[in-house]
Structures are given as structure tokens and as C-alpha cells.
Design a protein. Structure first.
Length: 488
């Protein structure tokens, strides 16, 4: 069904929607890691005489349940509604293509939440540690991880759709080339985030033996998870299509990999081997690194997608890549079947309509009444049209313009009107300097060939002549009288 366009405030697309996406991803990942690690104190409580293990397991189950139902679910629903408001065409196409997989993922998360509630309620009823209670905890963790696997697959699918671009089969959408490294990276991040939260709790305990025991148990989970995350991040970058990884994306992935590898080494040395030296500053540093690494990888994922929601298939503004040539040939505007006026609107209205459909989903701050700082930095007449003409070649990060030449000019006029309404005066473009006259063609000088070498003289036949000895005509040298022999 077609969705209407809504003039939403700029802060929804610029700040609120990205915050909801990040909050949903962080809270859901932390809840999945917590659902796995909450089984560790539950298992310890089944055979240990220390009542603190059962109390820790009960508090962990409650925290995971509150995080899942109180933070992750509302943030995910809010992000979906926000996408429907700002990108109605994209949401419609994504729902049509992946509605079944999304429903399966939400159903698995719901089942995991039900078993998690039973696990948390079992501790209250004093049934903690029984085989049935541990089975409920395992089913809760399994449901959450399976549901998260569906969402991780759909989140990593747009970067490298693989065979789905030709087959359009849901199986190829879920089992795409980046699934294994993406899920390994997500799983390692989930365990690392939950372990970092547990280490922050452990470092605040006053009982030294209890604190050292908690630190050592959690570090044994966190250190290998950090190593797996570093290797999976590198594998994810290598699984991207050719030509996707540039210097910026490689820098983001490299920083995240080094951060996770360094965190793993630090936790292995100070958490597993020397738990007594692990303090609050170390716990805060571990938590900061555990949060910063997925943020860098999330930004790398956005860089890898480029102007697409699904690479090679769907642009961020909801226009299919295969429709670009049709819109350029026939125009973007279509008359409504229920409308009375069948003619095209005026150029001002046509430019506003095409702008709202193709540009506003990614630039919600470019609207009537916006301040000058929120608008693009065009300062000369004709710069907008020149930008639109060369956008596909010079600015590949923008979606390709879908519309006729007249609609492109109408969009340029609309953007210039927004600039003028914000107080920007578009100056006349300075004249281009005259082109230098072409250099005269170079005439090739005729080179005279060098003279041919003289042939060597033939050797004379016969025996060699005897050399005549010439007699010197100089007078003989005078004798030295001192060298004469004495006769005395």
C-alpha cells in the first residue's frame, strides 16, 4: 500500500531515529549476552553452598528481562515507526520482501522472553537449580539467540546480497556471503558486552575473595570473546564485495579489530591470571572498549552500504535501482488514479514533490524554514543543477537521480528557493578564464644521417721491412773530471 509523505521535524531523522537504532542494537545485544551468562551463576548455584551465586543468578535474570522488554522492544518498535514516517517507500518494499523473516525473528524473541520470564520467576519460587529450571534458562537463551540470528542476517544482508539479486529467494537472503562472520562478530560482541557489565559489578564488591572469583569467571568468557570478535571483524571486511573497502572503511575496521584484540590481551593478563589487580578503572576501560568497538563496526557497515539500503537493489530513498532508467525516460511524477487533474503540476510544485520523495528521506533538515547552516553550501547560480548533473559520477555516495531532465531542473529551482528563503544570496558564477591558445604543432626537423665510416685500408702483402737505425748527430756528453782516476 502507498504511504503518505509526512513533514516530520528535522531532529527525528537527524538524532532521534539513529539513537533508537543504536539503543535497540545495543540493548538487544546486551540482553542476548546476559541471557547466556546468567546461566553461569545458575550452574554454580546448583552445586555451591555459597548463597550469593543463586542471588546473582536471580538478579541477572531480572536485569535481562527488564532490558529486553523495557528497553529493546520499545526502541525497536520506535525505530520501525520512525522509518515508516521518514522512508515509507523503503519500508513498504522491505516489508514485502522480508516480512516473513521479520515475523519469524520477532516470534523467536517472544518465545525467548516467555521462557526468560519463567526462569526469573523460578528463582522467586525457590526452584532455582533444578533441572527443569535450568532447561527453562537454556530455552530462553536459545530463543533469544535464534531470533537475534535472523535480525543479524537481515542487518548484514544489505552489504552483500549475493545470489539474492538474481533469485529473490528468502533462503538466499538469510544465507548470504557475510552471514557467518557477521553472526560470529555479533555473538562475540554480545558476550563481551555482558561480561563488561558483569566486571563493572564485580569490581564494586568489597569482599576480596568474592570479587576475585567473579572477575576470573567473567574474564574467562570475555577474553576469548574479544579474540573471536577481532578475527570475525577482519573476516567480515574480507567478505565484502570487491571495490567496497576503501581507506575510511578499512580504518574503521582496523581500529575495531585492534581495540578488541587489545582488550582480549588485557583481560587475559589482568582478569584471568591476576584477578586481584583488576580494579574499577580497569572495569571502566573494558566497558568503554566493549562499547566503542561495535560502534566503529556499525559505522563501517553504513560506509559499506553506500547510497543503498540493499546494495544493488534498493536506494535509501526507497527507489529500486532497476527503476532509474524508466524514471529518467518517462519521468518520476505519475497522476493519481483518483485525482481529477491529469496534467503535470507547476514546476515549483513538481520540484517540491520530487525533492520530498528522493532527497528528504536522507536530508530531513533541508526543508522550508531551515537555517542556513542546515542547507547545502551552494553559493552560485546554477551550482545545484551542475551538482545534480554530475552527482552519479563525482558523488557516488548519493543515490542516482530518478527523473526526467525537466524534473531535475525543477528540483534545482526548489533547492535554490530553500537557500534564498534562508537568506542565502546566490551570486553569479564568475567567468571562466579564457582558454589558452593551442600550441602550434611541432615540426619534426629532418636529421641528416651521419657520414658512413671509411673502409679500413687493406694490409700490404710481403715480408716486413727491416727498420733502419738512424745515427744521432748530437755531440757526445762531456766527461766529469771528478770521476777520473787519480794518478798520484
Amino acid at each position: 500500500m502507498p504511504f503518505p509523505f509526512v513533514e516530520a521535524p528535522a531532529f527525528i531523522g537527524g538524532a532521534l531515529l539513529p539513537a533508537l537504532h543504536f539503543l535497540f542494537g545495543l540493548s538487544a545485544t546486551l540482553a542476548a549476552g546476559g541471557a547466556l551468562l546468567m546461566l553461569v551463576p545458575g550452574y554454580q548455584a546448583s552445586w555451591s553452598v555459597d548463597p550469593r551465586w543463586s542471588a546473582l543468578a536471580r538478579r541477572s535474570a531480572r536485569a535481562v528481562l527488564v532490558l529486553l522488554l523495557g528497553v529493546a522492544a520499545p526502541a525497536g518498535a520506535g525505530a520501525w515507526v520512525g522509518e515508516m514516517v521518514l522512508r515509507p517507500q523503503a519500508v513498504e518494499r522491505l516489508a514485502a520482501a522480508f516480512g516473513g523473516a521479520l515475523a519469524a525473528g520477532w516470534l523467536l524473541l517472544l518465545l525467548g522472553g516467555v521462557f526468560l520470564a519463567g526462569y526469573a520467576w523460578g528463582w522467586r519460587r525457590g526452584r532455582g537449580g533444578s533441572p527443569a529450571h535450568l532447561a527453562a534458562g537454556l530455552l530462553a537463551a536459545g530463543g533469544l539467540w535464534l531470533g537475534a540470528a535472523v535480525f543479524v542476517s537481515l542487518q548484514s544482508f544489505p552489504v552483500n546480497p549475493g545470489r539474492w539479486l538474481e533469485s529473490r529467494a528468502p533462503r538466499d537472503a538469510l544465507l548470504h556471503p557475510t552471514l557467518i562472520p557477521a553472526f560470529a562478530l555479533w555473538g562475540a560482541t554480545a558476550v563481551l558486552l555482558a561480561s563488561a557489565a558483569g566486571l563493572a559489578y564485580a569490581s564494586a564488591q568489597r569482599d576480596a575473595p568474592w570479587r576475585m572469583s567473579l572477575v576470573q569467571v567473567l574474564a574467562k568468557w570475555a577474553a576469548p570473546a574479544a579474540g573471536v570478535g577481532a578475527a570475525a571483524g577482519l573476516g567480515w571486511a574480507l567478505s565484502l564485495p570487491a571495490g567496497t573497502v576503501d581507506k575510511g572503511l578499512a580504518g574503521l575496521v582496523g581500529a575495531a579489530v585492534l581495540l578488541q584484540a587489545g582488550l582480549g590481551v588485557y583481560l587475559a593478563l589482568h582478569g584471568v591470571r591476576l584477578p586481584g589487580k583488576f580494579n574499577r578503572r580497569g572495569a571502566l576501560a573494558a566497558a568503554a572498549a566493549a562499547v566503542l568497538a561495535p560502534v566503529l563496526l556499525w559505522q563501517a557497515r553504513e560506509e559499506a552500504r553506500g547510497p543503498f539500503l540493499v546494495r544493488g537493489y534498493l536506494y535509501r530513498n526507497g527507489i529500486l535501482a532497476e527503476q532509474i532508467e524508466t524514471f529518467r525516460r518517462e519521468g518520476f511524477w505519475r497522476p493519481a488514479a483518483w485525482g481529477r487533474e491529469k496534467g503535470a503540476p507547476a514546476p515549483e510544485a513538481l520540484g517540491a514533490l520530487v525533492f520530498r520523495a528522493e532527497c528528504a528521506p536522507c536530508h530531513p533538515s533541508w526543508r522550508t524554514g531551515a537555517r542556513q547552516a542546515a542547507l547545502p553550501p551552494f553559493r552560485y547560480e546554477g551550482s545545484v543543477l551542475q551538482f545534480l548533473n554530475g552527482m552519479e559520477e563525482r558523488h557516488p555516495d548519493f543515490p542516482a537521480f530518478a527523473g526526467s531532465e525537466g524534473e531535475k531542473r525543477a528540483v534545482a529551482v526548489h533547492i535554490e528557493g530553500l537557500l534564498q528563503a534562508a537568506g542565502v544570496t546566490l551570486a553569479a558564477r564568475p567567468p571562466q578564464p579564457p582558454a589558452a591558445p593551442p600550441a602550434p604543432p611541432k615540426t619534426e626537423e629532418k636529421k641528416t644521417p651521419p657520414p658512413a665510416p671509411k673502409p679500413p685500408e687493406p694490409a700490404r702483402a710481403g715480408p716486413p721491412r727491416a727498420r733502419k737505425r738512424t745515427r744521432s748527430t748530437l755531440p757526445p756528453p762531456a766527461r766529469n773530471p771528478s770521476k777520473r782516476k787519480s794518478t798520484i
